[in-house]
Design a binder for this molecule. Sequence first.
Ligand code: SF4
Ligand code: SF4
Length: 233
Amino acid sequence: MSGPVASSDVLNELRAALAPHGVFLRGTVSFADGEPAPVLTNGQAARTIVLMGNIGGSIWPAFERWRKGLPDRGGDNPLDLWSKTVITPVARQLGATAYFPSDPPFQPFQQWAMRAEGLKASPLGILIHPDYGLWHGYRGALGFDRHLVADTSVSQSHPCDHCLDKPCLSTCPANAILAAGFQVMPCRTHLKSLVGQAGCMQTGCIARNACPAGSTYRYSAQQLRFHMDALGL
Ligand code: SF4
Ligand code: SF4
């Protein structure tokens, strides 16, 4: 087995291909011999996965442009379809295997992100980033048959540890966010109510909006509304 090698050419090509779409290379995870790893299209275990995603609303302009050009505006799951439209050709170009959070067999994107970027979960269940707060996401990953190491940073700091007021715990109108974790049912029940339809469904999650971490990366009102509508409630 070969050890980690400088991989700037492949990763620079990847960055260049993703940049017009507002998608960023977020980090890499390398797998040791015998360690559980996703399967490549050639049947072998991947040596590395490269995580890709949005930082703040970075993907929104490209996504909206693409969507406006389609008669059905991208169908039932436009963001998943757009992610595949962007990432699949890049995978082909680089001889990699593409994985998507929406596709079975479901891959451990959250664990990969924790390893690649050193992130931890917030009380909302979403991974929180020291710079981008709760305003980021993962759109896909590419699997390679060799070790690649990105020069991205691995966080040593968890914003929630330094957040004294913890407004996410006190602002949810359904008390769905507890220190012990996010409670799905109270949230969904509230969102279906008249108050929820006029509140979170219009503005985005009130508790997420109250988080002070990475607030300059907060999604636009239009994007927040899109994500709430995507819940299909
Ligand atoms: S409000 Fe504070 S505790 Fe809650 S997610 Fe944001 S940083 Fe973490
Ligand atoms: S969407 Fe609204 S009800 Fe659900 S967790 Fe966020 S603030 Fe609470």
